[in-house]
Ligand binder design. Structure first.
Ligand SMILES: *[C@@H]1O[C@H](CO)[C@@H](O)[C@H](O)[C@H]1NC(C)=O
Ligand SMILES: *[C@@H]1O[C@H](CO)[C@@H](O)[C@H](O)[C@H]1NC(C)=O
Ligand SMILES: *[C@@H]1O[C@H](CO)[C@@H](O)[C@H](O)[C@H]1NC(C)=O
Ligand SMILES: *[C@@H]1O[C@H](CO)[C@@H](O)[C@H](O)[C@H]1NC(C)=O
Ligand SMILES: *[C@@H]1O[C@H](CO)[C@@H](O)[C@H](O)[C@H]1NC(C)=O
Ligand SMILES: *[C@@H]1O[C@H](CO)[C@@H](O)[C@H](O)[C@H]1NC(C)=O
Ligand SMILES: *[C@@H]1O[C@H](CO)[C@@H](O)[C@H](O)[C@H]1NC(C)=O
Ligand SMILES: *[C@@H]1O[C@H](CO)[C@@H](O)[C@H](O)[C@H]1NC(C)=O
Ligand SMILES: *[C@@H]1O[C@H](CO)[C@@H](O)[C@H](O)[C@H]1NC(C)=O
Ligand SMILES: *[C@@H]1O[C@H](CO)[C@@H](O)[C@H](O)[C@H]1NC(C)=O
Ligand SMILES: *[C@@H]1O[C@H](CO)[C@@H](O)[C@H](O)[C@H]1NC(C)=O
Ligand SMILES: *[C@@H]1O[C@H](CO)[C@@H](O)[C@H](O)[C@H]1NC(C)=O
Length: 519
């Protein structure tokens, strides 16, 4: 991480190119008032529409020399424990993305104290942000058409974010058994120039590094550029490489240490021969990872990019990969990426439930600032008013939207909350008729629609369910225009039910949930 951070300080000094939109990219300048153009020639949108909470902020004047305009503004989150951006990438071509979040504190709050907070990718922990000038990057695979990036308070200051970027990758690249890979290093070996977009079509940031080895290069950039390689490592990155300079040794090794033994790692090594070898001579390598052979008899071809990766993750605290030459020519490497595999133990809430609750939220225009990220998980961030099952995936089992200012008719989206046991919509201004589908929610045991403005009659199915089920509780009182005189209920008029238990129960639930949010 150290290497990355040092290089980050000298932000790209390329010429300002005409800014543009790229269909596979989402570029957000968090907290900005207007769209901004970046030094790399991309246009950054404001974060409007991506988030509904937080406050705009601006770095202190002494940081206004920051050339990267996107880092001069930020959004901070004094309220709520978890605040989430929702990204909706264009999924027509792939479902694997590079997601990069940038953090440039710049003493925006005048407190001169770097906040420390958690970062989540969808419902799983990604990393902790501890630096005041850094970025975090993940290669992430999802089957959904949205991705949440959430900032979570840990008690050490107010979370903030300066920029958020999503780039669509080819889904044949970085294909591992892990759905999330955190980038640790991305090195352009043998170069002194940092490259990203537009040289890199995926806008990966290649940090230059010159080991104490012999640098080799080619000037035939156009041949390198026209190769059909899905990784699309920029030709300018591949044109330089380094090989062992000590003729007694023909092998190369890169090693690092980790103080967390449980971490799992992936290395992606990019090669393209840049030396014209004497005819009938070849370079041949074995690639070792932690001393075990990973790839045997590997011969990079002249100006043909090829990517070698470990097929499974490797672990340990002293990590290394080495390229051992099997031929008379020493080993070389053009570029290398090291990733940490991120475990994603938690499943997202069932997609039908997510779509339904989002539809409910937008229909009634409520809770947009507090209903953020996944509705159910992680458990300590379950939306206010909701309870969920512990199924995999989780399902919404109760929904309390009592006294929430709901106006209009009862949305059909409630029908898709198929695991719903308790639905409390009391004390709102709901009007129109009582929809029949409510009778067909298979697990519904409490339906409280009291104190609204409903009209018409009680649908046959609902009245029947009310009269035939001993455990079903239906409350419709306080709807003056509703005709509750119904044939089924009249027949069963004598049966006793514990109706007065309900208000106490729902109030208690609402109260408990409220406490949870305030903590
Ligand atoms: C944002 O754009 C509007 C309209 O183009 C302009 O009036 C305003 O001054 C801009 N604000 C900033 C901070 O640049
Ligand atoms: C999605 O990508 C395709 C192909 O690049 C493009 O034609 C289309 O306009 C994009 N749609 C959106 C909503 O960005
Ligand atoms: C990549 O993902 C997209 C979207 O899920 C899918 O349509 C496409 O078939 C996938 N491509 C490959 C090569 O798997
Ligand atoms: C980060 O913190 C250091 C030490 O407090 C300070 O010198 C530096 O200016 C800060 N950088 C930013 C971007 O806030
Ligand atoms: C990813 O790897 C798996 C297992 O090796 C393979 O079955 C799958 O086709 C690969 N996907 C793509 C898009 O290449
Ligand atoms: C490529 O190598 C030649 C000879 O070693 C050197 O003169 C030149 O500066 C190098 N070019 C780059 C771009 O590194
Ligand atoms: C090559 O490595 C050997 C063994 O470490 C060392 O003795 C020798 O000085 C090195 N040669 C050069 C040119 O660095
Ligand atoms: C890992 O490297 C450190 C320092 O280089 C060394 O002290 C330690 O013994 C090594 N551990 C193993 C298991 O090789
Ligand atoms: C959420 O719950 C987990 C485990 O129950 C706990 O470790 C974590 O600190 C909690 N996070 C917050 C922000 O409350
Ligand atoms: C309910 O789910 C079905 C099946 O996924 C979907 O077609 C329908 O649009 C959903 N209705 C609402 C109101 O969300
Ligand atoms: C539901 O059933 C109870 C007991 O059978 C009855 O008292 C009540 O009037 C019924 N409610 C409606 C709206 O039919
Ligand atoms: C209420 O509904 C019942 C049964 O559907 C019907 O007989 C009665 O006339 C209705 N009353 C009013 C005031 O509409």
């Amino acid at each position: 991480m150290k290497i990355l951070l040092v290089v980050l300080l000298c932000v790209c000094l390329g010429p300002l190119i005409q800014a543009q939109d790229n269909p596979g990219f989402i570029s957000i300048d968090c907290g900005a008032d207007n769209a901004t153009d970046s030094v790399i020639g991309l246009s950054y949108k404001t974060d409007e529409g991506f988030i509904h909470s937080g406050q705009k902020g601006q770095v202190a004047p002494e940081y206004n020399n920051q050339r990267n305009l996107q880092l001069r503004t930020l959004r901070s989150f004094p309220d709520g424990v978890r605040n989430c951006y929702t990204l909706r990438p264009n999924q027509s071509s792939s479902n694997r993305y590079l997601i990069r979040a940038s953090f440039f504190y710049g003493n925006y709050d005048g407190l001169s104290q770097t906040p420390v907070f958690g970062l989540y990718i969808d419902v799983n922990y990604w990393t902790t942000v501890t630096w005041n000038d850094t970025f975090e990057e993940v290669v992430y695979t999802t089957s959904r058409d949205y991705v949440h990036v959430c900032l979570v308070k840990t008690g050490s200051g107010i979370p903030y974010i300066s920029a958020l970027e999503l780039r669509t990758l080819d889904n044949s690249t970085y294909n591992t058994t892990f759905r999330a890979l955190e980038n640790i290093w991305r090195l352009n070996v043998g170069s002194s120039i940092r490259y990203r977009y537009p040289e890199d079509v995926y806008d990966r940031i290649w940090v230059p590094i010159e080991f104490d080895w012999n640098t080799i290069n080619t000037t035939d950039v156009s041949t390198l550029r026209n190769r059909n390689d899905p990784y699309k490592v920029p030709a300018k990155v591949l044109m330089t490489a380094q090989e062992q300079s000590n003729s007694s040794f023909r092998d190369l090794g890169i090693s690092w240490t980790s103080n967390t033994p449980s971490r799992k790692w992936y290395a992606f090594m990019h090669f393209a021969e840049v030396r014209v070898l004497p005819s009938a001579r070849v370079r041949q390598f074995q690639v070792y990872v932690n001393g075990d052979i990973s790839v045997a008899n590997f011969t990079p071809q002249y100006l043909q990019p090829v990517t070698i990766s470990t097929s499974s993750p490797f672990d340990g605290t002293n990590l290394s990969f080495s390229i051992l030459s099997e031929s008379n020519f020493s080993a070389f490497i053009n570029a290398v990426e090291i990733f940490r595999a991120i475990d994603l133990p938690t499943s997202q809430t069932d997609l039908n439930n997510v779509n339904a609750i989002n539809e409910i939220m937008s229909t009634y225009e409520v809770f947009e600032d507090v209903w953020q990220g996944d509705p159910c998980v992680p458990g300590n961030f379950t939306w206010r008013g909701l309870s969920c099952s512990t199924d995999d995936p989780p399902l919404i089992t109760s929904l309390n939207m009592s006294s929430s200012g709901l106006k209009g008719t009862i949305a059909t989206a409630f029908a898709n909350l198929t695991a719903l046991e308790i639905l409390d919509l009391s004390f709102n201004q709901l009007n129109g008729s009582l929809p029949e589908f409510l009778a067909f929610l298979p697990k519904l045991r409490v339906l409280n629609l009291s104190n609204n403005n409903l009209s018409g009659t009680v649908p046959e199915a609902l009245a029947k369910k009310n009269s035939t089920s001993n455990t079903f509780i239906l409350r419709l009182d306080g709807n003056p225009k509703l005709n509750v005189t119904n044939s089924s209920t009249r027949e069963n008029g004598g049966r006793k039910k514990t109706h007065n238990v309900l208000p106490a129960t729902t109030t208690a639930v609402g109260f408990a949930l409220l406490i949870l949010m305030l903590i």
